[in-house]
Structures are given as structure tokens and as C-alpha cells.
Write a protein that binds this ligand. Structure first.
Ligand code: FSO
Ligand code: SF4
Length: 562
């Protein structure tokens, strides 16, 4: 295995024996093979699309399969074997379709994979890379990492850009998949994903070509987040400012985590009148602010903190836990029998609930188990305020503009992104505490858990932590910044009194970062460490064009960002 896609990669370099996230080497290799097969599907489906052959199942599979490889989403080798087999048969059927119509499958111009096979197996494969017998791909240990993994690309800058592209696409796929679950799709997203995936196999592309494509990925990232925003808000209403309860009640409960709002809806409906309460964990916290969910009396509030706290918080919750997407930490034996996965999430030995044909899910087993469980052990009390996605934030835009003009708000700091388990992320708590009282934090994603319980107060009724929601709701922050620029008559959003101190962990954050770059946001501070997959030369490009900087100390960063 060779994986360096997340911020917690071992020694800031790569996981090569097992993942710091708990991913086994087998699963990492299977993920590489799946990704490689997806690139093949992308390559052929581009040709199919050009020739008017469109198949929604292919689009859907591509997004779902890519999403499954996001950090902390799926740890199950049997799931990946299934994805691989399905991927191979899809790819073969696209090829067959093309051949039947006499459409040229492409030249065997780039034999990098074929050459690798020859070098590794001593046999020659005159066909294109995608014609390598599947058995060879799956069964030959040496091939697993040598030919389809990250290190297959020799040039470190090309490798860096190819991986940056693939990780951005994983984030895009996650958001596109969520939107699709709610019935919203956009063909241009699939088209771009195919072009971009196929580009990672094309040895004729230069560093400049790849940089261009990576930035284009940011453009489609904005589109994917906009689509998901439309899907979520059209289906469940605009989030509204809400005091989210942090305590517990005396009924048994179900904890729901991840990002999937449709699962949230179905769980709330199926638990109504059962005597079982529902609580959110991690990235599901913003669900508390949607009108469609707030109406349920048995929807109590949020339990605990961000994803990495789950080992202790799932323990004390006492009831069953539904993981709708990432971030799953390999469950401890003490509570593994209370964990359920659904959709793209998987862990061998954990119960999985699939959607039926019509998209509905039967959560009755979870409800039944909950009834027999003790109520959650209370961890904290009080409330936190959420629900400041674009509609709510813009409804108080006049107040915000007035506070800025009157000097009561001197700075907005976008502190969106992820949380993680490393101690050094204390930096974000300290940074938030050290901000002047005239600074307002704009946040989205699980990064907020580092400072959303600090009671930072408000400025004329505007909370000093404005929480737009999940990581995908970073889109809201973009809308807010654009509207503020309009209100102040500024053409360039970089002229706003807004600074960026972003925390990243997994690949959705990579996409959010690319989206910000596409929008022309400059001077982003990124931490707690820079991505291991960004080579020194690629970093130079980012620094020269966007003035991206790694975070340093609270004092220095405050000086630079204020
Ligand atoms: Fe994981 Fe967090 Fe939302 Fe990230 S819980 S780390 S960018 O915010 O994706 O899922
Ligand atoms: Fe390592 Fe992160 Fe990859 Fe897991 S996802 S194997 S922690 S780099």
C-alpha cells in the first residue's frame, strides 16, 4: 500500500504498512485498483458520451465508488471487491457498446501500464492499458502497488498533480452523490469527472496542463456544492439560526452521524412515536437547524464532538449509531454491535442497511435495538448556535454591513474545514480564543468543534461564530463573501475584510480548497500541516499564484491574518 491522501498520513509522508486511519494494506490496494478501474471507465465513457451514448448508471457508479474511497468511509474488503467487479463489468459493457458501433477505442499510445506489466510479469501486453486481464490486476501482488498505485507515476510533480486531481474528484463525487440521493444530478459534473480522471492516465499532459485541470476541478467543485445546496434546501428548507441542545434526556436514543440528510429524514420518521430519541454526532450537527427536522419533538440535539471523539462518545451514548457517510473510526469491540452503516460506508463485521429500489431504507432493526438500550450518558449541557447558511446569514446582511461600517466588526476569519485527532489542532482553539472581540469566525465542516463551545459571544446579536453547516456548506461562505463584496461595492473578494485560516483533513476539504482557488481567493493559510501529496514545485505554483501559506504560531498568524 501507499496512501498519503489525508492530513494524518504517517509522519506526514505516507502510510505504507497500514493506515493511521485504520485502513488495512489490503483495503488500500483494493482502493487503488478500484480507482484505476474508474479511470478506465472514465476514459471509455468519455468516448461513449462524445458519441451520444449516455448511461446514468455509469455516472452514478463513478461518483459512488469514488466516494467510497474517501478517508474514513469504507474499510470493507468485501465491499471493494464488489465495487471492483461491478466496475469491470461496466467498463467492459461500455467497451463492447463502442466496438459494436465501430467506435475507435483509442490508440495504444501510452503504454506505461503495459510496460509495467511487462517489467513485473515478464510478459508483453500489446493492448491498451485497460485490456490487461483482470486476474492480473487483482491477483498479482507486485502489480497491486507497482502498476496501479500512486507510485506508478515516476515524476513527482506529475504524480502530485494527478493525486491532487483524484482527491479533489473524490470530494466532488461525495457531494454529487449526496445530491443524487435527493434526485438532483448535473451531467456536466460527470463529464468533468471523466475528463479529469482520464487525464491522470495521459502521459502527454504537462505540469501546466495538469495545473489548469486541477483548477478547473475547483470550478466544478463550486458547481457540485451549489447543486447539493439546492438539493438540501429545496427538500428540507433553508437552515435557520437555532440553539442546538447539547444535553440528553431519559429515553433511549439513536445517534446519527455523517452528512446524508435523506437518512436523517427517514430515521426521524421511523422513530416517531417509538419512545426513542434521536441525536446527531459530528458532521450531522447542522441537521438540527433544518425546518423539516426541527419539527420532530424526539429530535433532541447534538451529542459529543467531532468524528475522532467517537471512540469514547459512542461508548457512553449507550444506544445504536447510524453512520451515513464518513467519518467512521474502526469501532471498538465494546460497541461494534451497536454500529450500523449505510450507503457508501462499510466495515466488515458491522451491520449494513441498504436502500431499496425506491431509495427507502428500513431502520427498524436500529429502532428495535435502541428500545432495549440504556439512555445516553450525559456529557455536557447547554446549547450552541448553528444554522447560519447563506439564507440566514444574508437575512442579517444589513446588520453585518452596518457593524463593519461602524467598526464593530473589523475582520471575518474563515476557519472552515476539518477537525482531526492530532494534538497540534489545539492551535485552532487557541487561535479562536486569541482573536480580538471585533472578529467574527465564519465556519463550516467539523473544524468548528475546536471553538464552537467557547462562548465567544456576539456583536450586536451577530454570533462571533457563524456556522454555515457541514463541509459542503462551505458553499454558503462563498455566497456570503460574494454578497458582502456586492454590498461594499468591491469587485475583488480579496478586498473584503476576510481572512482564511483553513484546516484540512480529508479529500472533501481538498475540493473545498480547490473551489476557493478557482474563485480567486488569495492568501489562504492552510494547516495544521501541508498535504504530503503536494510536491515542492507544485507548492511553489500555489504560493506564487495564490500566496497559500502554512499555518505557523497563533501569534504570527494573527499578525499576518488581521
Ligand atoms: Fe469528516 Fe469533518 Fe465533512 Fe470533513 S467529519 S472531516 S472536510 O468535515 O467532511 O466529513
Ligand atoms: Fe493513511 Fe490517511 Fe491514507 Fe488512511 S487515508 S491510509 S491515514 S493517508
Amino acid at each position: 500500500m501507499y496512501c498519503y491522501q489525508c492530513e494524518e498520513t504517517i509522519n506526514g509522508q505516507s502510510c505504507t504498512k497500514a493506515g493511521a486511519c485504520g485502513k488495512t494494506a489490503d483495503v488500500a490496494d483494493l482502493q487503488d485498483q478500484l480507482t484505476y478501474i474508474l479511470k478506465g471507465i472514465a476514459y471509455y465513457n468519455q468516448k461513449a458520451r462524445e458519441n451520444g451514448i449516455k448511461d446514468k448508471n455509469v455516472d452514478s457508479f463513478l461518483m459512488k465508488a469514488l466516494f467510497s474511497t474517501v478517508t474514513n468511509t469504507n474499510f470493507s474488503s468485501s465491499d471493494f471487491n464488489k465495487f471492483i467487479n461491478e466496475g469491470i463489468s461496466l467498463r467492459e459493457s461500455i467497451k463492447k457498446n463502442l466496438t459494436t458501433r465501430n467506435i475507435n477505442l483509442g490508440e495504444t499510445k501510452d503504454m506505461s501500464f503495459g510496460e509495467k506489466v511487462k517489467a513485473t510479469l515478464g510478459v508483453s501486453h500489446p493492448e491498451t492499458r485497460f485490456n490487461i486481464p483482470e486476474a492480473a490486476i487483482i491477483n498479482t501482488e507486485a502489480l497491486k502497488t507497482a502498476s496501479v498505485g500512486v507510485l506508478n507515476t515516476q515524476n513527482e510533480d506529475i504524480r502530485s498533480l494527478r493525486e491532487l486531481m483524484v482527491y479533489g474528484l473524490k470530494g466532488l463525487a461525495a457531494y454529487a452523490h449526496h445530491a443524487e440521493v435527493l434526485g438532483y444530478t448535473e451531467e456536466t459534473l460527470s463529464e468533468f469527472a471523466e475528463k479529469a480522471l482520464a487525464s491522470t492516465l495521459d502521459d502527454s499532459l504537462s505540469v501546466d496542463d495538469l495545473v489548469g485541470l486541477v483548477l478547473e476541478c475547483g470550478k466544478y467543485g463550486v458547481n457540485a456544492m451549489a447543486l447539493l445546496d439546492k438539493a438540501n434546501t429545496s427538500t428540507y428548507g433553508n437552515p435557520e439560526p437555532t440553539e442546538v441542545f447539547l444535553g440528553t434526556r431519559d429515553n433511549p436514543g439513536i445517534l446519527i452521524s455523517g452528512h446524508d440528510l435523506k437518512d436523517m429524514e427517514q430515521l426521524l420518521k421511523q422513530t416517531e412515536g417509538t419512545g426513542v430519541d434521536v441525536y446527531t454526532h459530528g458532521e450531522m450537527l447542522p441537521a438540527n437547524c433544518y425546518p423539516a427536522f426541527k419539527k420532530y419533538d424526539h429530535f433532541v440535539g447534538n451529542y459529543g464532538g467531532s468524528w475522532w471523539n467517537q471512540k469514547s462518545e459512542f461508548e457512553t451514548f449507550n444506544g445504536p449509531i447510524l453512520m451515513t457517510t464518513n467519518c467512521l473510526v474502526p469501532p471498538k469491540n465494546s460497541y461494534i454491535n451497536r454500529v450500523y452503516t449505510t450507503s457508501v460506508v462499510g466495515f466488515d463485521g458491522v451491520k449494513h442497511i441498504d436502500a431499496k429500489e425506491d431509495g427507502s431504507k428500513d431502520f427498524s432493526a436500529i429502532v428495535e435495538q435502541a428500545i432495549a438500550c440504556q439512555p445516553p450518558k450525559q456529557l455536557e449541557d447547554g446549547t450552541i448556535v448553528g444554522g447560519f447558511a447563506h439564507a440566514a446569514a444574508l437575512s442579517v446582511a444589513d446588520k453585518i454591513v452596518e457593524a463593519v461600517k461602524g467598526g464593530k466588526i473589523t475582520r471575518f476569519i474563515v476557519m472552515a474545514g476539518c477537525d482531526g485527532r492530532h494534538k497540534e489542532r489545539d492551535y485552532y482553539t487557541k487561535f479562536a480564543e486569541a482573536l480580538p472581540e471585533s472578529a467574527v469566525i465564519l465556519t463550516a465542516g467539523c473544524a468548528k468543534y475546536r471553538y464552537n463551545k467557547l462562548n465567544l459571544g456576539d456583536i450586536d446579536g451577530i454570533p462571533r461564530v457563524l456556522d454555515a453547516g457541514q463541509c459542503n456548506d462551505s458553499y454558503s461562505l462563498v455566497v456570503i463573501a460574494q454578497k458582502l463584496a456586492e454590498a461594499f461595492g468591491l469587485e475583488d473578494i480579496n478586498d473584503l475584510p476576510v481572512s482564511y485560516n483553513i484546516a484540512w483533513y480529508e479529500q472533501k476539504a481538498v475540493l473545498v480548497l480547490l473551489a476557493l482557488l478557482h474563485l480567486g481567493v488569495k492568501n489562504i493559510t492552510l494547516g495544521p500541516t501541508l498535504p504530503a501529496f503536494v510536491s515542492p514545485n507544485v507548492l511553489n505554483v500555489l504560493v506564487e499564484n495564490f500566496n497559500i501559506a502554512p499555518n505557523t504560531t497563533v501569534e504570527e498568524d494573527l499578525k499576518r491574518l488581521l
